[in-house]
Ligand binder design. Structure first.
Ligand code: PPE
Length: 309
């Protein structure tokens, strides 16, 4: 399960620090109260030998939005964070990478109120392969409804990619894995399908594609990208609430996420989805997605932040 292969440097408050020296005190506020917010971003190698970070600006804008939602400071601007990301990839000589920016409340006082404690920001990058296993992208995954609901917007605000929010995901993910599944789908507090522990969800019936509205979910950047790509390919896409039994009867189901990319779902709550393998439209969208992120579709060039070294 270990996915952390050290790279030479981590960007830490504006400096490049050797991997093993990027450390904090055990009384760091965020470690106790989850007072941090983060991003997950991928960079891909392109056919022409360069590389590109996928939707870097949108991810950094969401990081800044998370700070606003949590009412915590964000020490850097979107532009500074984008520059720092490219600097981190170049110094580590990484053509492909999973990138993890994180801002958190540091050491100072303890007690729930973050007070005057300093904010710290890191950007780390490491190699991370297929999130749900090497075969998942082709064969699809087996998932179950979680016994944990996605949190109501007035308990934790899910539009913030807040560290503390992820306890909900951790509980649902551990339950799913312990029960022998790859992933858990959480319902919202009204009983409608919300999202998986680290992915947004799409269903396909005939040529109609549905995804959940933004009410209880993280505003996924890959979700938005797939909506645009699918519409550009001529599919009808609607953002609307749906129930777990509608998912059972879908022809195709798939997840989107930075780590998970476009992952087909082949089984849900012990019911086979469609033919029990990646569906046709899922495959079309998955192929289109990989073309876009690898720079093979110039139409979406503005989604890429190119770099080389
Ligand atoms: N919902 C949740 C709860 C979520 O964590 C993610 C990303 C998404 C939806 C999809 O969002 P986007 O990546 O912008 O399309 N999950 C990140 C963390 C995964 C992890 O295990 O850590 C990710 O995919 O990077």
């Amino acid at each position: 399960m270990a996915n952390l292969e050290p790279t030479p440097y981590i960007w830490f408050d504006g400096k490049l620090v050797p991997w093993n020296e990027a450390q904090v005190h055990v009384l760091t506020h965020a470690l106790h109260y989850g007072t941090g917010y983060f991003e997950g971003i991928r960079a891909y190698a392109c056919a022409d030998g360069t590389s590109a970070v996928f939707r870097l600006k949108e991810h950094m804008q969401r990081l800044v939005n998370s700070a606003k939602i949590l009412n915590l400071p964000c020490p850097y601007s979107v532009d500074e964070l984008c520059k720092a990301t490219i600097e981190t990839l170049v110094v580590n000589k990484m053509k492909t990478a999973y990138i993890r920016p994180l801002s958190f409340v540091g050491y100072g006082a303890l007690g729930v109120h973050p007070g005057e404690n300093p904010m710290h920001t890191i950007i780390a990058a490491w190699a991370w392969g297929a999130y749900l296993g090497a075969e998942a992208l082709d064969l699809g995954v087996r998932v179950k409804t979680s016994s944990f609901n996605r949190m109501h917007p007035n308990t934790h605000m899910g539009k913030a990619k807040a560290s503390g929010n992820y306890v909900n995901s951790v509980l649902a993910k551990m339950e799913a894995v312990q029960d022998g599944y790859d992933e858990g789908i959480m319902l919202d507090t009204n009983g409608y399908v919300s999202e998986a522990t680290g992915e947004n969800i799409f269903i396909v019936r005939g040529s109609l594609i549905k995804t959940t509205p933004l009410t209880s979910i993280l505003e996924g950047i890959n979700r938005a990208s797939i909506i645009t790509i699918a519409k550009d390919l001529g599919y009808e896409v609607v953002e609307t609430q749906f129930t777990r039994d509608e998912v059972y009867c879908a022809d195709e189901v798939f997840f989107t996420g930075t780590a998970a990319e476009v992952t087909p779902v082949r089984e849900y709550d012990n019911r086979m989805i469609g033919e029990g393998k990646a569906g046709k439209i899922t495959k079309v969208l998955q192929n289109a997605f990989f073309d876009v992120v690898q720079g093979n579709n110039k139409k979406y060039a503005e989604w890429l932040a190119p770099y080389s070294f």
